[in-house]
Design a binder for this molecule. Sequence first.
Ligand SMILES: Cc1cc2nc3c(=O)[nH]c(=O)nc-3n(C[C@H](O)[C@H](O)[C@H](O)COP(=O)(O)OP(=O)(O)OC[C@H]3O[C@@H](n4cnc5c(N)ncnc54)[C@H](O)[C@@H]3O)c2cc1C
Length: 374
Amino acid sequence: MSAVNKVLIVGGGIGGLCAAIALRRKGIEVDLIELKSEWTVYGVGIIQQSNVVREMAKLGVLDGYLDAAYAFEDVAIYGPAGQQLARIPGQRLAGPAYPANVGISRLALHKVLSETALELGANVRLGLSVESLKDLGDSVEVLFTDGSSGGYDLVVGADGLFSKVRDLLFGDTYTPRFTGQAVWRYNFPRDPHIDHLANYQSAEGNAGLVPLAGDLMYLFLTSHEPTNPWMDPASMAEQMRQRLQGFTGLIGELREQITDSSQVVYKPMEVVFVDEPWYRGRVLLIGDAAHATTPHLGQGAGMAIEDAIVLSEELTREGSIEQQLKCFMERRFERCKFISESSVLAGDKEMQHDRDFDRIGLVKQMLARTAEPI
Ligand SMILES: Cc1cc2nc3c(=O)[nH]c(=O)nc-3n(C[C@H](O)[C@H](O)[C@H](O)COP(=O)(O)OP(=O)(O)OC[C@H]3O[C@@H](n4cnc5c(N)ncnc54)[C@H](O)[C@@H]3O)c2cc1C
């Protein structure tokens, strides 16, 4: 019989929801708590590459997910004026009938995952967190912030970059670090040419266009912000336009249409990597709580989703929970470390304006590595 029959997942983001789905499909009882009392996500999109499409098939949500997404094949890299430098064909890892890559709005992804988790019987409570965790050896006693309590075979901290579960496990050993860069995002009607992921490189930063639906795409831009400045909300459109000055071509045309500051989504890049096993006893971290990185390779959520599926596979193998979590780490640690470090490296090279850095080579290496079985 499985050592783990009842799991608490802390955090109802992408990783927590995928863990809830994967564990429910294995017949494991799941309670999921989410800090936000209104279970929403911010309205820009996300790139999901071929390894994620493969994992969505394993989660059993692929058809609903693809209905809510924009499927595409290739990743192209252009210079600042739009001249093509490389075109990397997609790999159909979920099978020949399914696309290689996907762009999806975060809201649409949240809807597919949250509805599936609820349909499968995950017990979700909102506006709630953990106050304390007491590992009793054969179970974990959890005190919740509303004063209630519960006993679990395993607690999974999927509570993101500023994870409280990580603090409860490791104290202040691991705290998020600002990398020096920020990301700017803005939605547009989809340009007919953007039927693939289009990356544009310039000396100042990198921009990209991601198709999200037949009529929607978003533009992202990375910029160097060494002092992590406070930004006046009313100036965001102008500030984003300023940082896009180095681009001509399609990005240059779109730049002039960035006029509504309330629609600019700005985020400083912060990272953390737990450089030791992500568990102690019966408490484990997954996703950004363990390995939040920069978006340069578009794999942060991908790694959280893979964590969730590998966890469900390991927890239903024979063996003690210690053996199961050890096997989980063997399958996850190096892969996530590679993505975390490579993403940070790409950002560092942008900030250093290092023209010799082989970014296209790194993207190809990432695609080859993530295509490998986990
Ligand atoms: C600008 C930007 C662009 C990105 N683009 C991509 C991309 O294109 N592709 C990609 O794969 N990845 C991308 N990522 C990374 C991706 O967003 C994250 O890796 C992913 O969201 C991690 O999922 P998670 O579930 O671990 O954490 P989160 O998505 O952060 O979810 C954590 C959840 O836990 C909840 N929570 C927090 N604290 C508590 C608590 N104490 N108690 C209970 N609940 C709590 C939060 O409210 C949240 O719902 C990007 C990241 C950034 C910053």
